[in-house]
Design a binder for this molecule. Structure first.
Ligand code: ZN
Length: 160
């Protein structure tokens, strides 16, 4: 069957940046998602529509169709005394914070100055071109329960 809305798709993928560095890949060829439920980034989901098991595609996804462009307003300087123990603050430290719309965001420390810490609330892959090599391993219809939940159940999926 071909991939369409409410297909459960099993993929093997490798994700590289424009320099060919591997950013991410499926460990064992068992990455599953529910097509049409925004489980994966739009650029990749759109490219997979209509594909069948056994097909291999390479797709380049722009930031707009991926994790978004870098938003300069999400880069902020905060006073060091806001951190309980500023000794623990180093470049690359990540912590959870609340976004202006109330959601949870992962914030990364990008610079530590004398009195302030520069934090970046952009997704780590924001602003990056994403180059996927994808092989479709399996396509099946989702169960009614999976469609209602908006995600895949079973091994390698949600188990609850
Ligand atoms: Zn569920």
């Amino acid at each position: 069957m071909q991939i369409e809305s409410n297909s459960v798709v099993t993929l093997h993928y490798t994700l590289k940046d424009n320099e060919g560095n591997v950013i991410d890949q499926s460990d064992d060829g068992s990455f599953l998602y529910l097509h049409g439920a925004m489980n994966i980034i739009p650029g990749l989901e759109n490219a997979l529509t209509g594909k069948s098991a056994g097909e291999e595609i390479s797709v380049s996804v722009s930031p707009e169709e991926g994790y978004g462009v870098k938003d300069p307003e999400r880069v902020q300087e905060v006073p060091k005394e806001m951190f309980e123990s500023s000794d623990d603050i180093a470049v690359g430290t990540q912590f959870h914070a609340q976004s202006p719309d109330g959601g949870a965001v992962v914030v990364t420390v990008t610079e530590v100055k004398e009195d302030v810490v520069v934090i970046d609330g952009n997704h780590a892959l924001a602003g990056i071109d994403l180059n996927f090599d994808v092989k479709v391993i399996d396509v099946r219809a989702a169960s009614e329960e999976e469609i209602a939940h908006g995600h895949v159940h079973g091994p390698h999926g949600h188990q609850h």
